[in-house]
Design a protein around this ligand. Structure first.
Ligand SMILES: [Mn+2]
Length: 245
């Protein structure tokens, strides 16, 4: 049986050693059983450029590279946290960067992969920020700044984002049905896989399926998609596995 794995929203950072450990474990024990691994954004909580790697970033790149060396291709779509992750790091980690969104052929079925933030169009303030942050010139400018200053700006943005998230209605920050419909219609797919909202679920609407990947807060989780077109959201912690169909 062949299967493909999808993960997102690990938000790796030094202050969450349990999640780091779960992920390294996943890469060593579980991911080698997959035909390919897709990371759909927010692998890291913060990313300010490829030019100065933290011990965590280095450790993760080595673990990813090990998996890729075992013959498991790894694909990466940027999240709203790690959108500055560049080709240098991707190469180091043995990952192939993909645009958001990306269409893939999943065992004969077309699937649309995305981080998911572009589906949250009701969040006007975030979308305005996203437009600025994804502007190539702005990114180039940011990356020319000294690392210390970049860290300061990133921390400021993070604090602002946390405050904003805590003060904004969750429904505003969720996907809107209009954007979801548009994504289905414009691509003609029946399957969308994304993360970002931290509301893991398998939504079914007639023949259309939208899988929202789990975030890694207290446990790990991933989508296992089998060549039989069966799929599962699997959760695990140090004590074992749980499966949600
Ligand atoms: Mn996100």
């Amino acid at each position: 049986m062949s299967k493909t794995f999808f993960i997102s929203d690990l938000h790796l950072e030094e202050s969450k050693p349990i999640i780091i450990e779960l992920f390294l474990d996943f890469l060593q024990q579980t991911a080698p059983g997959a035909k390919a691994l897709y990371i759909l954004g927010d692998l890291f909580e913060v990313w300010i450029g490829d030019d100065e790697l933290t011990p965590l970033q280095l450790q993760v790149s080595q673990a990813l590279k090990q998996l890729s060396n075992r013959g498991i291709p790894i694909y990466f779509i940027h999240g709203n946290r790690d959108f500055l992750l560049g080709k240098t790091y991707a190469q180091l980690a043995g990952m192939t960067l993909l645009p958001d969104p990306t269409l893939i052929n999943l065992y004969g079925k077309q699937a649309l992969l995305m981080h998911g933030d572009t589906l949250c169009i009701e969040d006007v303030k975030y979308q305005a920020f996203r437009k600025k942050a994804r502007n190539r010139f702005n990114q180039w400018l940011f990356l020319t700044l000294p690392i210390k200053l970049r860290k300061k700006i990133a921390n400021g943005l993070r604090a602002k984002s946390q405050k904003y998230t805590s003060q904004t209605e969750p429904i505003i920050m969720d996907v809107t049905s209009q954007a979801v419909e548009q994504a289905f219609q414009s691509t003609g797919v029946n399957l969308i896989i994304h993360g970002h909202t931290h509301r893991p679920a398998i939504h079914r609407w007639h023949e259309k399926i939208r899988v929202v990947l789990p975030m890694w807060h207290t446990q790990g989780g991933y989508l296992e998609y089998q060549d039989s077109q069966q799929f599962f959201l699997n959760y695990f912690d140090n004590n074992g596995y749980n499966r949600l169909t």
